[in-house]
Design a binder for this molecule. Structure first.
Ligand code: CU
Length: 142
């Protein structure tokens, strides 16, 4: 999941998730009762508190990223042994994580309780209201 800067049609700086606007269709569609690991790649020079609705996650750890951490398609190459573990106060179930600048923050969660339409977003009001928020659909198999 890329946290990145863009410019809106007025030329103003906006902050986006995966380079998409709030109004773009959901791209995060975890299946109900599956476990996912998300890698939050913070390309900014400052942190963003990333919040997921209606699921608790655990922080696996963080890593300062370099171009070598990504494959030719831009996908993060995850290696558990490279991670700096979460801080002591971060080791319980979480619904917000501080995505540190220049780092990948890896989180793991089990989408076990609720299917349906939810959101994930930066929890800084000026960011979430300027499109650093995305729909998320937890899909139930029929
Ligand atoms: Cu933010």
């Amino acid at each position: 999941m890329q946290l990145n800067e863009a410019v809106d049609h007025y030329g103003r700086v906006i902050h986006l998730l995966n380079n998409k606007m709030w109004s773009d269709p959901a791209t995060e569609k975890p299946k109900l009762d599956t476990i996912e690991i998300w890698h939050l790649v913070n390309n900014f020079a400052f942190p963003h508190p990333i919040h997921l609705h209606l699921v608790h996650f655990e922080i696996l750890g963080r890593k300062v990223f370099t171009p070598e951490d990504f494959d030719e398609d831009g996908n993060y190459i995850f290696k558990m042994e490279n991670l700096t573990p979460p801080l002591e106060y971060e080791t319980g179930p979480k619904d917000v994580v501080r995505a540190e600048p220049g780092q990948v923050t890896s989180i793991v969660m089990h989408f076990k309780d609720h299917a349906g339409d939810y959101v994930w977003h930066c929890h800084i009001l000026e960011h979430e209201d300027n499109d650093m928020m995305r729909p998320m659909v937890v899909v139930k198999d029929e």
